[in-house]
Design a protein around this ligand. Structure first.
Ligand SMILES: NC(=O)c1ccc[n+]([C@@H]2O[C@H](COP(=O)([O-])OP(=O)(O)OC[C@H]3O[C@@H](n4cnc5c(N)ncnc54)[C@H](O)[C@@H]3O)[C@@H](O)[C@H]2O)c1
Length: 337
């Protein structure tokens, strides 16, 4: 069976999504694309090797012949598109962030549950082989009880006011760098911790990109149910200093750390083991993983459940920085359930 996919939002990242679907023709085919910009949509349809073009994604949901959608829209449009797709009975892959508020996340969960469709968060860094191996080591007890974790994603972003578009405004991006690139180290932290986040404290900065409404850098501390504490470091202001690893985890029986491709594991009192993995283009890989899971009926690693927890960490970080206090996730505004 091949899954007929409709792309919603045909801008920058959708190119990599199209590559991902094209790489697995035995399980996916791009039946349709939708963008309010007809030229961009036509370009993406051509890249897809021919697909129906829509300028209204709702018309595509009605008439595009798709089983599933792949949402690559600006952040403030995610919730409406997810809910419309669910109500049309389509499975959903959605770029980060899941949405912008707890209330939106609750409406998404209701719509997905009512429709009986699958929603997968396109948390592409979970596809990295070093992450998968680290997760196996942690889950098999290789580190014992996990004490502390660190995840990081920082780079010198050469955005300027003219090139930044919807990302420059909190209303359309949901905040600043933290809810954008910072979403990657946030979901990675939650994945490696393997336990639910309970409280958050954060400091935000604007070091360089002063024309943004939101922050260009963030440091976030997260306490998990099991007692582990995690730190997220993320920025568009600078290239990170050498040897500040992409992720690291310490526990009662040792530690592991990685730059994203090489994984080091040092059992306490034991020998260092180093494994090098090939570099993986993780965005196309997450798209291929999506249609494989739809075909096989296997739950995605991160659905709306994990996506909501990640969102809550980010929203709690914003509240913490604003109010200069530690924020309990249980207290975040939604419908209160
Ligand atoms: N995983 C990653 O590494 C990664 C990298 C870049 C972007 N992203 C995510 O991908 C998403 C899109 O980012 P981008 O950089 O591709 O943005 P973009 O601005 O390049 O593309 C967005 C597209 O959506 C279209 N659009 C706007 N409103 C629409 C509507 N109502 N209906 C249909 N189309 C509409 C725009 O015309 C544009 O072509 C965001 O969620 C972003 O965070 C993820």
């Amino acid at each position: 069976m091949t899954v007929a996919v409709g792309i919603i939002g045909c801008g920058n990242i959708s190119r990599a999504h199209v590559r991902g679907h094209l790489a697995v023709p035995e399980q996916a085919r791009i039946a349709a694309v939708a963008d309010v910009d007809a030229a961009v949509a036509a370009e993406r349809a051509e890249q897809a090797g021919g697909a129906r073009v829509f300028t209204d994604y709702r018309a595509m949901l009605d008439d595009g012949g798709v089983d599933a959608v792949d949402i690559c829209l600006p952040h403030h449009l995610h919730a409406d598109a997810i809910i419309a797709a669910a109500e049309a009975g389509k499975h959903i892959l959605c770029e980060k962030p899941l949405c912008l508020t707890v209330e939106e996340a609750e409406r998404i969960a209701d719509a997905v549950r009512a429709a009986g469709v699958t929603l997968m968060c396109a948390h592409n860094q979970l596809m990295m082989p070093a992450v998968a191996r680290a997760k196996e080591l942690i889950d098999s007890g290789g580190l014992g009880r996990v004490y502390e974790l660190h995840t990081a994603d920082s780079f010198f972003n050469d955005f300027d006011p003219a090139s930044m578009g919807w990302r420059a405004h909190a209303e359309t991006s949901g905040g600043g760098e933290l809810i954008d690139t910072g979403y990657h180290p946030a979901y990675l932290l939650l994945h490696l911790a393997g336990s639910r986040p309970v409280e958050v404290t954060a400091m935000l900065s604007t070091h360089r990109l002063t024309f943004m409404e939101g922050e260009d850098s963030a440091r976030v501390l997260v306490r998990f149910e099991g007692g582990a504490v995690g730190e997220i470091v993320t920025s568009w202001a600078y290239d990170p200093a050498p040897y500040t690893d992409t992720f690291s985890v310490v526990g009662e029986r040792g530690s592991l750390w990685s730059d994203g491709t090489t994984l080091h594991h040092r059992p306490r009192g034991g020998e260092l083991a180093t494994t090098r993995f090939p570099r993986l283009d993780s965005v196309p890989a997450v798209c291929a993983d999506f249609t494989a899971r739809i075909r096989d009926g296997v739950r995605p690693v991160h659905t709306e459940d994990e996506g909501t927890d990640v969102l809550k960490v980010i929203l709690a970080a914003y509240a913490s920085a604003r109010d200069k206090r530690t924020v309990a996730l249980a207290g975040l505004q939604g419908s209160g359930r």
